[in-house]
Design a protein around this ligand. Structure first.
Ligand code: PRP
Length: 208
């Protein structure tokens, strides 16, 4: 299986965002032909012979797009903030996957604190934010389920995505400060913008 020069590869993240994207693509010329639920294929055909969809983890989308292995990608702003690059350009805010990146912990977390252990999968954003509020931080890197770390004394606080706030609440944590609003973005490899501009524009319009 190989990609020819005229084809465009759109990298999509598996999971919740993918489920939100399916209806946006459905009924358009870029609708996915293979049923992702019935196949283990990772490069899926769309109705357009010029576009294929690559199904990967959100954290890997910037890697594929930066290298040019994928021409376009859809990914959360939280991940883009951690994986900044000169090689891609943000084209569109899709207005889905809306949530916030927040500092959370016990109610009086910030009172008198000068040092703090932060459990997170966002080390760069966390260090930047903690520096901005003048608190020295030690990062405890976790891949998920950060919300339990303070109760077990692994950390003092967490920096993670918050949507309904239920995960924080059910683990006895408070949202102390919103660091930034997050949503899902369309990114493009810079070279693809030049060589595949018309198909990029068509996909952008479908997702707008
Ligand atoms: C995300 C996030 C929080 C939770 C927030 O986790 O990391 O844990 O959702 O949602 P809430 O405010 O509505 O409770 P996700 O379920 O995506 O799993 P993850 O731990 O693998 O990131």
């Amino acid at each position: 299986m190989s990609i020819n020069k005229q084809e465009l590869v759109l990298a999509l993240p598996k999971g919740r965002v993918f489920d939100d994207l399916l209806p946006l693509l459905e009924g358009t010329e870029f609708a996915i032909k293979d049923n992702p639920k019935n196949t283990r294929k990772l490069l899926l055909n769309t109705k357009s012979k010029y576009v294929r969809v690559l199904l990967i983890r959100g954290w890997d989308v910037p890697t594929y797009v930066t290298s040019g292995a994928a021409n376009l990608g859809i990914v959360g702003k939280d991940i883009l903030l951690e994986k900044e690059s000169e090689e891609y350009i943000e084209l569109l805010d899709l207005g889905i996957g809306q949530c916030r990146l927040s500092l959370a912990g016990k109610k009086n977390l910030l009172e008198g604190s000068t040092r703090m252990k932060i459990a997170t999968k966002y080390p760069k954003s966390s260090i930047r934010f903690m520096e901005s509020i003048g608190i020295q931080s030690e990062i405890i890197y976790l891949h998920g389920s950060q919300e339990i770390a303070p109760a077990l004394n692994l950390s003092d606080a967490i920096i993670d995505l918050v949507d309904s706030g239920n995960t924080l609440k059910e683990n006895g944590l408070y949202e102390i400060q919103v660091i930034r609003e997050i949503s899902t973005r369309l990114i493009a490899n810079k070279a693809a913008l030049k060589t595949k501009s018309s198909i990029v524009q068509e996909i952008k319009e479908v997702l707008s």
